[in-house]
Design a protein around this ligand. Sequence first.
Ligand code: GDP
Ligand code: MG
Length: 445
Amino acid sequence: LSSKLNGVFDRLRRRGALSEADVNEALREVRVALLEADVALPVVKDLTTKVRERAVGVEVLKSVSPAQQVIKIVNDALVEALGGGEGDSGARGLDLNAPSPVPILMVGLQGSGKTTTSGKIALRLKNREKKKVLLASLDVHRPAAQLQLETLAKQVGVASLPIVAGETPLQIAARAMDLGRRELFDVVVLDTAGRLAIDEALMDEVAQVKAATRPHETLLVVDAMTGQDAVNTARAFQDKVGVSGIVMTRIDGDARGGAALSMRAVTGAPIKLLGAGEKLDALEDFHPDRIAGRILGMGDIVSLVERAAETIDQAEAEKMAARMQKGQFNLEDYANQLKQIGKMGSLSGILGMLPGIGKMKQQIEGANLDQTILKRQAAIIGSMTPKERRAPDIIKASRKRRIAAGSGATVQEVNRLLKQFDEMSAMMKRMNKLGQKGLMRGGLG
Ligand code: GDP
Ligand code: MG
């Protein structure tokens, strides 16, 4: 699969820019890749639509191939869809921020791994957070189910609710919460029964337990192998019961984990944990970027692209610094600079590369680093003609009015921007001289 994608991207690589046709061609293959990874069809459609909107018309960065750019956009959209984002690892632990005993309700289809995961969660909470955990099985449908949880509890070294024959799930839940309160447990994990497929009786039963116990976390446990069913399962549990988080199990198998994407898309609930084996310590935190890499099956390419993108930013920044030093910095550079902010090359970052600059850098940071101002300024520069950007001196009253109208700004704002730019240019010229003196003295500031 990843070689298939590579094929498309190789073809893209030889072209100059990302046209709509290029993007569509790449996305056809991406769609196949996602379906092979068991991402549900409607989710695939949403994702490819989003990527198309982003990719078409995007200026292709110099020395990054169009192919690489598409990969990066697909990958970023995947990470985002899985709950990650810039500066956010996306890892979400269990929320236990509630009065004790905190009820956690485990729901999902039979065989998805609810009981095993209950044991794993108990072990983790006991060891890492020193919590006193009570395990209770509400599965009255399979005779061995309650014993299975009791055995697990012994292995983990936590308490389990004594088994009483003939009780309903609601009665067991009530008894569990009662014991939890009386014996000062921190957490009560309620493990429910599952069915091989969704059915009304099961949903009603789970919904009733939920209403009675008001769990702080309702975790939907799904097998990573689940394919197109993932959407139906997730939707049914979300509609009838409501889930606060998702646990994906059997991530240790071959499945690429597309179910994670489907589940997340349908429920909007975060994926909180991953089950990575039958052993009780095989429970992992969820990292969107890792699962995105697994779903796309091209982690190597993505990290390659990320390195390339960093290099590009670096190269741009250095070029701009050189222009600054020659006194050639114009409004176009300034606009580019605004675009880069938030990435590697903030203005102060670039200024940091110039010699002899400490105090001016502070002034500029103070004056400029307000994001909303930066956005307004970018809009104003966007309304200028290329000629105006390169030679701001030609911008007189009527041009100012046009630029203001075009960017939704006032003429005062345009004036302020031009004044600031003037000051900056003057500063740069001074810096330039300073820098040369510094060089003559044989030191860099
Ligand atoms: P339940 O019906 O939802 O309670 O599912 P169980 O917890 O009884 O698990 C069903 C089977 O899946 C058991 O044999 C577990 O050992 C196995 N299982 C659960 N989680 C994982 C996992 O993360 N990886 C693997 N390989 N097996 C798992
Ligand atoms: Mg079970």
